[in-house]
Design a protein around this ligand. Structure first.
Ligand SMILES: [Fe+2]
Ligand SMILES: [Fe+2]
Length: 193
């Protein structure tokens, strides 16, 4: 469904499992960033009721995700820890087309969000299928399902701003660019991306 151009090596799940506190901290901040990003979409398009409505629900869900991950840290007496630099997102945002009008700009932001949701969904899927701990396999399965829904919401909203042919063309280009970025990044057990 997601048509990602580079699949994550399933062995990554076992590396991640060995640095659980690190991956939980990074995951918590991924959820915080997703919530923040949804809030920013609302602020940039307050005149669009459907976007505001969808984003307000998404923000609540992402914040619920943040709290879920936080609870796992608390259960283990682990502090949240500091936010890390997200090389994946920094590089991904460079793929954004900076030209065009306000609609183009909004569409690009929605597609960037869709890309991050799609990759997060894929990473959670790898965790849900390959972690040894059954509790975490179920834990990540729920995130996978939820982020897949978010990906669909962002793509759907993008179509309200630009024609479908534009979206399809840009999505292909973003998928290509994203695969190149990931190929150049080290696959780390302490990072979701
Ligand atoms: Fe989430
Ligand atoms: Fe999400």
């Amino acid at each position: 469904m997601l048509k990602l151009k580079l699949a994550t090596d399933p062995r990554w799940a076992n590396i991640a499992e060995k640095s659980l506190s690190e991956i939980l901290t990074d995951h918590a901040y991924c959820e915080q960033k997703a919530a923040t990003s949804g809030i920013n979409m609302i602020i940039s398009c307050p005149w669009h009721p459907r976007l505001v409505n969808n984003m307000s629900a998404l923000v609540a869900e992402e914040w619920g995700h943040f709290r879920k991950v936080l609870r796992e840290l608390e259960k283990r007496d682990l502090p949240l820890g500091h936010k890390r630099k997200d090389d994946y997102v920094v590089q991904l945002l460079k793929l954004k087309y900076g030209g065009g009008d306000k609609n183009t700009h909004t569409c690009e932001n929605l597609l960037m969000n869709a890309m991050i949701e799609a990759r997060s969904c894929e990473r959670f899927r790898v965790l849900s299928l390959n972690m040894e701990d059954e509790y975490f396999r179920k834990f990540y399965h729920e995130f996978m399902v939820s982020e897949a829904g978010h990906y669909a919401i962002f793509i759907d909203l993008a179509k309200e701003f630009m024609p479908e042919s534009y979206i399809n063309e840009r999505w292909e280009a973003i998928l290509d660019g994203e695969a190149k970025i990931l190929a150049g990044l080290e696959l780390r057990g302490d990072r979701v991306h």
